[in-house]
Design a protein around this ligand. Sequence first.
Ligand code: ZN
Ligand code: ZN
Ligand code: ZN
Length: 540
Amino acid sequence: MKSKLVLLFLSLSLIGFSQNNPKPKLVVGIVVDQMRTDYIYRYWSRYGEGGFKRLVNDGFFCKNTHYNYVPTYTGPGHSSIYTGAAPNVHGIIANDWFVKETGVETYCVSDDKVKPIGTTSKNGKMSPHKQLTTTLGDELKLFTNGKSKVYGVALKDRSSVLPVGHAGNAAFWFDEETGNFVSSDWYVKELPLWLNNFNAKKLPKSYLERGWNTLYGIETYTNSIVDDNKYEKAPNKKEKPVFPYDYKSQIENNSWGILKATPWGNTITKDIAIECLKNESMGKDDISDMLCISFSSTDYVGHSYGLRAVETEDVYLRLDKDLEELLKTLDAEVGQENYVVFLTADHGAADVAAYLKDLKIPAGYLKEKNIEKELKSFCKKLYGDSLIVNMSNQQVFLSSVKLTELKLNSDEVEKALANKLIQMEGISEAYPSSVLKFEGYKGDSFKSLIANGYNHKRSGNVAFSYMPGWLDIPETGTTHGSEFTYDTHVPLIFYGGGIKKGESVRNYYITEIAPTISILLNNPFPNGCTSKPIEEVLKK
Ligand code: ZN
Ligand code: ZN
Ligand code: ZN
């Protein structure tokens, strides 16, 4: 009886919610690639009033939001934000992974069956077909019988394709061979006219002609360490990692890829998002639309220079300006109360390990290739064969053919390898697949994060993780991918119609974004969604 009353109360309050708050005409998802939560605070005094500060001050800031799985990479991150599920369900277990059936590695959005549109390069052969569940956009399309408009824009193909999902109108991404934004025939037969016109403007060239200098006097970048330091490496390796940067030689060589590691990569993403919004008349009627935007340049800059660099500070200060322009355009085109924005990140990032070591903080470097070599010789000694067919994303894949041939018990081999792994330097945990597949976990143990990232069909025989602060990269720049808070803790801000003002320190998971947006839209949740909506952000 009591539970029936609670249910009645719950459904009444949901009805009350939907009556008082008309559903948004437009949802804008913003993912800032590699943004750590502390970038909100570290650069706070440097941001203007109209970008990050506007979202935080007038929206709802979930200050304690985390990824609930490993690996914390771009492909799985974007998938989880828009599907409300972890890789164990949506199947995007990494950016690239080893396919057991074929014995070759595959990229999360590559698709040989589709044709590139707007380019002849293989960079256009992308689709979401490896993503096993629906996204927010897919559910919008289903709910409105295709009438909702769903678009995605990003420099990175995976950051545009995975959010839009299977049934969206189109994903557009940057083709560094031509310097154009392109798509595939999964979505469209040809690029829309507005995009052809956009590409004809050759914005990558005009942006790169500006070079890159700091937005403000370099002496004001006191939230960062000195510009010229040994922990950074410019993407063009010959160059010193110091301001000002000049891109004349890249322009002469048509090397448009350099755009990715400059703030202009974000600016052009803002430009195309605004073009898409206006030309596709998004948010103009009562049928809700969705625009998925991902800013990738923050990730390329972070990888090259690390998280204490003047370059990183500057790319955020400039992104703040791009956000301000985007929000102003939304106000003008859609109206402040008619749209809802969420801003988050696909993962955080680790400090440069060499920098931590210099501060006497535990950290280190290892190489997965060396671990593989050591494990292979271990197997050879024990079983007469190296047995390992692939090592990737901190997982070991064994040859099932060899295991059968040699009449080996795979559970025992996996256990022996896990035991060997945890004795190695820089490795903290290792689990045989049987543990990840069949044991239950409570809470946020690292083991449960590994299990949430473990897909029964696609993942390997043994999964392991590094020690906190340990990285598998050269000694400059940084990366991400681990289960530690520096990689899992990301900002999450909701803003706009139907959203309360406020903040919370409750622990939320990235998979709770999709059901929250679904509730705002009165829409079914994405079909693999494993999480509940975040109630405290919604106006009652
Ligand atoms: Zn990323
Ligand atoms: Zn520098
Ligand atoms: Zn990255």
